[in-house]
Design a protein around this ligand. Structure first.
Ligand SMILES: Nc1nc2c(ncn2[C@@H]2O[C@H](COP(=O)(O)OP(=O)(O)O)[C@@H](O)[C@H]2O)c(=O)[nH]1
Ligand SMILES: [Mg+2]
Length: 216
């Protein structure tokens, strides 16, 4: 009888988990909790030209860059996708994503529908997309107001944009109505667990089964 070390090992390819929602639906909170909860997934830290909010850390929440730096990155094709959202530019740096996926780690993207479409156009089979919806308009409005890190003008703009963003919900694989964060987190983790178990994501599975069938 052969020892355990001879058994083929089943690895998994990393997957790209995209979360989109209108501002204030709780997507950022949900992302943070998932990242704290699951060490196999890491955040794709986007570059943005918007100003840093007091609660944010450069290099952790975003890479805060000026327009010239952003343009340079774009010209050198350093972005996997990029878009203008509100009055600012946002982009996903390519290199950290590719390194993570190759290493079998999952990557979480907090990006808008434009970025999601760009990733979908690349036809990647490692893409899993989730749309987060607020439970009601009133709730959305309240969350945007109480956030209070942005000016009233910015809040009004975001409310107007929310309807726009939500019109793209049908382009996503999954939808979560975020009534409370704890429930939504469980739902999001369930999606991730199921997607990780997809047969085609498990490298070495055929060798593993072959060994089982041969009684090794
Ligand atoms: N396409 C794209 N969208 C991004 C990127 N980074 C952030 N976003 C989206 O830009 C929007 C505004 O984000 P942000 O300025 O942090 O404000 P928030 O609405 O309070 O989260 C959100 O919908 C984000 O998901 C990115 O790299 N690419
Ligand atoms: Mg956010």
């Amino acid at each position: 009888m052969s020892n355990e070390a001879d058994a083929p090992i089943v690895h998994r390819r990393g997957l790209m988990l995209v979360l989109s929602s209108p501002s204030g639906a709780g997507k950022t909170t949900l992302s943070r909790q998932l990242l704290d909860n699951d060490k196999q997934i890491q955040l794709s830290v986007s570059a943005t030209t918007r100003a840093r909010r007091p609660s944010e850390k450069d290099g952790v929440d975003y890479h805060f860059v000026d327009t010239a730096t952003f343009s340079g990155m774009k010209d050198r094709s350093e972005f996997l996708e990029h878009a203008r959202v509100f009055d600012h530019y946002y982009g996903t740096p390519r290199a950290p994503v590719e390194a993570a996926l190759i290493g079998g780690r999952d990557v979480l993207f907090d990006i808008d529908w434009q970025g999601t479409q760009q990733l979908q156009e690349k036809g990647r089979d490692d893409l899993v997309t989730v749309f987060i919806l607020p439970p009601s308009t009133r709730d959305l409005e309240k969350r945007l107001r109480t956030r209070a890190q942005d000016s009233a003008e910015v809040v009004a703009k975001r409310m107007a944009k929310a309807s726009d963003e939500m019109s793209h919900y049908a382009e996503y694989d999954y939808a979560i109505i975020n009534k409370d964060i704890a429930t939504s987190l469980i739902q999001l983790k369930s999606i991730l667990t199921a997607e990780r178990l997809k047969r085609e994501r498990q490298i070495g599975l055929s060798a593993f089964v072959k060994a089982l069938r041969e009684g090794r």
